[in-house]
Design a protein around this ligand. Structure first.
Ligand SMILES: *Cc1c(COP(=O)(O)O)cnc(C)c1O
Length: 446
């Protein structure tokens, strides 16, 4: 499969290059030239298949031309050592729990898959583009760092540097990437998240550093990071079908920040996954919601909210969504907008509304939402029509945001063993100023 750039000014890339580089030379996002439909027989059989088997079929349809069959199967089964159940919250509303992986949030799947795919390319092409070893730089305000660090932990030939703002990450999040050791180095930056991101960007642009070491990123701009999230949606439809629901009634609601997760769902839809329509749920960062209403896209700085993993003012995967529905550039912006709004609607919630939703849901159903999932649940409550069945993604385990959840609900929720285990580990990190000169000096010595 060849991959083109959404900016249309970079040469075509193969999968290996798209995964290693992440971003195309013209700063666009890579898109596959072709998205194949899965055969009807697969959809007919899906409800009797396991999550892992469903995922392998999807992965094979997408990556099968570029990755050896046995290796791909190993890769998928290694990535999905956990389940993604749907849980009934109330009549016709289900929670798709994407938090049963190692760090209790949905990014685990993409991070692990990407780590294993990079490792595969290191093995099959040791002297090729990858050149023997790869260094992943990732800036995090919390969730991405833990998913990437754990996904890449112990994967040979790859070293991960997680940059995070000192004192700005919750203790539960911090311990998930500072206690691992091995090939994971946590770098505690004396600054804010934007300083961490600026350090990473400067590193990617520094010629001398890029000659010294192979650098790559692991955020949802990467094809290998976002696409595996499509597995979740195929599984959701299969489980609902097994309960007797018609695919033509399913509304999928995805709490969104950078729009990687919903983008994966939309790729699934392009592969033929029968979902009736989608809702993108936002917190107060509502540029996508505004685009749906007006056709105008006005990126702006993000504002801080309770659902902080969705605090994004210029969602990177917006370019992919536009591209997906632009008829290969043949449609006008207005026609593209029309296609998008006929499939996707939006919702936006303030912190106050998020907290109210969490309290209402807990009181009436006993289900504990995290602030991100709360946006998804409320968007279904507000938009579901008669005859439809709604599924919202519960993107993280509420215990990941224990302080907030407890103070809103007046609970003392239990911390799952997996999370508690991280908290027992010894914190190790490298202190760094926000000055690129120091960061570069440090990397040049590695
Ligand atoms: C990353 C994240 C999101 C947003 O996902 P996108 O793919 O960036 O849209 C939502 N909830 C949680 C808990 C997250 O970690």
């Amino acid at each position: 499969m060849k991959y083109y750039s959404t900016n249309g000014k970079a040469p075509l890339a193969d999968l290996q290059k798209a995964v290693v580089k992440g971003l195309a030379e013209d700063r666009g996002l890579y898109m596959p030239e072709e998205i194949y439909k899965l055969p009807q027989a697969f959809f007919d059989d899906m409800k009797g298949m396991s999550f892992q088997d469903i995922a392998y079929n999807v992965a094979s349809n997408f990556f099968g031309e570029d990755v050896d069959e046995d290796a791909l199967q190993d890769l998928v089964f290694d990535t999905l050592s956990f389940d993604c159940p749907i849980v009934k919250v109330e009549e016709n509303i289900y929670s798709l729990e994407l938090f049963h992986g190692p760090t209790l949030a949905f990014k685990d799947v993409g991070a692990r898959f990407m780590a294993r795919l990079l490792q595969y390319f290191l093995r099959v092409a040791p002297s090729g583009a990858v050149g023997g070893s790869v260094n992943v730089l990732v800036a995090t305000s919390g969730d991405t760092g833990s998913a990437v660090a754990n996904g890449f932990l112990g994967v040979e030939g790859i070293h991960v540097y997680v940059l995070y703002p000192k004192g700005k990450v919750s203790p539960i999040q911090e311990c998930q990437f500072t206690t691992l050791g091995k090939n994971i180095t946590a770098i505690e930056v004396d600054g804010v998240f934007d300083d961490c991101q600026a350090l990473v960007k400067s590193a990617f642009m520094d010629e001398e550093l890029n000659k010294h070491m192979m650098l790559t990123s692991a955020n949802s701009i990467n094809v290998a990071r976002f696409l595996p999230q499509a597995f979740y949606y195929f599984n959701a439809v299969a489980r609902l079908a097994a309960l007797g629901y018609q695919p033509s009634d399913i509304v999928m609601c995805v709490p969104s920040g950078n729009f990687g997760n919903i983008c994966a769902a939309l790729f699934g839809h392009q592969m033929g996954l029968p979902i009736h329509r989608f809702i993108a749920a936002n917190n107060a960062n509502d540029v996508f919601y505004e685009y749906l209403q007006t056709g105008q896209y006005n990126p702006r700085p993000s504002v801080q909210t309770l659902a902080n993993a969705m605090d994004v003012g210029d969602p990177s995967n917006f370019a992919r969504i536009l591209n997906l529905y632009s008829g290969n550039g043949s449609l006008s912006p207005a026609e593209t907008h029309q296609r998008i709004t006929s499939l996707i609607s939006g919702a936006t919630y303030s912190d106050e509304q998020i907290a109210d939703t969490m309290r209402q849901c807990y009181k009436e159903t006993g289900y504990i939402l995290d602030p991100h999932g709360a946006c998804g649940y409320q968007a279904l409550k507000d938009n579901l029509r008669p005859g439809e069945v709604g599924v919202f993604c519960e993107t993280a385990h509420p215990a990941k945001f224990k302080e907030k959840v407890d103070s809103i609900l007046g609970t003392d929720i239990e911390i799952p063993d997996r999370l508690a285990a991280f908290m027992k580990g010894q914190k190790q990190s490298v202190a760094m100023s926000k000055d690129f000169k120091n960061f570069k000096e440090y990397l040049m010595k590695q």
